[in-house]
Design a protein around this ligand. Structure first.
Ligand SMILES: NC(=O)c1ccc[n+]([C@@H]2O[C@H](COP(=O)([O-])OP(=O)(O)OC[C@H]3O[C@@H](n4cnc5c(N)ncnc54)[C@H](O)[C@@H]3O)[C@@H](O)[C@H]2O)c1
Length: 318
């Protein structure tokens, strides 16, 4: 049994990690300000398994107190999307810098075994070169990507200077149960599930030919767990994705086939902050972490639809 502190543990990815850790018999402290996450995501546990601490990662003292006695610190709290970071770069970048620095200092001082940072493919920016490899130049083109890169750099420096074992996971488009269907951290799969299940027309920005590397949540959870213990992962950055891409129109087609009904998209103007295509090379994660993306898009979408059918209107509406 190990003890984990998960910042952002009440959010989509964080709460799925918490569920997996508890299932494995580990103890978890969730540290979250509930700005986009919900208490419902973390309330159904025994207090001896999961302790929930409400706090901001920018509050160094409170974060450090919560992290006492932890073996691993998983840092996922922060601005969860491009749009809010464009609207309010001050808050997004303050959280990225100060929140991550506070978490790293706490991890170093409390002698945490490993620090895992939730980074993003947004660090690659606009470069059209595919697939993205970790050795490529990071060149974000929005404040969200800049925040992810700031976090990665701080983690790298703490490994180089203090030998704190840090691992950065550059996640691509994560989807699955508990992702918000609206608000700053909503994802396209969650939005499509909600629209389709409610009988509305899913909104497609641009021509629908833009593509993404969609990765199912259980594969991402597995990556976090592997990152905690895999030898030779410290000080490294890894792409976490499926290693294949699908266009937004292709995604709608998949829903059509799964539900055996015609689904039209509500075509709207492209968003300037969106990259055209995104695809990861996941070889490094496979070789060093032993990571294997296991869930196909058809399986992942089926599981997502089942979950949203049951839960729409409950935890997922912010
Ligand atoms: N969802 C994706 O596809 C994706 C891809 C790449 C990277 N990421 C990163 O992974 C992390 C988690 O993303 P998510 O999709 O689960 O988003 P989410 O919004 O569901 O989760 C973020 C959580 O952090 C909490 N939080 C935000 N600011 C905080 C602060 N200052 N102090 C304490 N808690 C705070 C929120 O309340 C929420 O529970 C984010 O950092 C995001 O940038 C997500």
């Amino acid at each position: 049994m190990a003890k984990y502190l998960v910042t952002g543990g009440a959010g989509f990815i964080g709460s799925n990690i918490v569920a997996s850790l508890v299932k494995a018999g580990d103890k978890v402290i969730v540290y979250d300000d509930f700005s986009t996450g919900t208490k419902k995501n973390v309330q159904d546990y025994k207090q001896t398994d999961v302790k929930v601490v409400e706090g901001d990662v920018c509050d160094a003292k409170s974060l450090r107190k919560a992290a006492r006695g932890c073996d691993y610190l998983l840092h996922l709290a922060g601005c969860a999307g491009v749009e809010p970071s464009v609207k309010d770069p001050q808050t997004a970048l303050e959280q990225a810098f100060q929140g991550t620095l506070n978490a790293l200092i706490a991890a170093r001082d409390l002698k945490v075994k490993r620090f895992i940072f939730a980074s993003s493919c947004a660090v690659y920016g606009e470069s059209p070169v595919l697939p993205k490899e970790e050795t490529m130049l990071a060149s974000p083109f929005n404040p969200y990507g800049a925040g992810a890169l700031v976090g990665e750099e701080l983690a790298r420096v703490f490994y180089a200077t203090y030998r704190l074992e840090t691992v950065c996971l550059r996640m691509f488009n994560v989807y699955g149960p508990r992702q918000s269907v609206s608000g700053p951290s909503a994802g396209v799969v969650a939005q499509f599930c909600a629209s389709i299940l409610k009988g509305n027309t899913p909104v497609v920005y641009g021509d629908g030919k833009q593509s993404r590397d969609f990765v199912y949540i259980s594969d991402v959870v597995e990556a976090f767990r592997l990152a905690c213990t895999a030898p030779k992962a410290e000080g490294e950055v890894f792409n976490i994705a499926s290693g294949s891409r699908m266009s937004i129109s292709g995604l709608l087609n998949c829903f059509q086939q799964l539900l055996e009904k015609e689904i039209e998209g509500d075509m709207q103007e492209a968003r300037s902050s969106d990259v055209r295509h995104s695809l990861a090379d996941v070889m490094k994660a496979q070789e060093v972490l032993g990571y294997r993306p296991r869930v196909s898009i058809a399986e992942g979408l089926t599981k997502s639809l089942v979950w949203y059918k049951k839960n729409l209107g409950k935890a997922v509406r912010r």
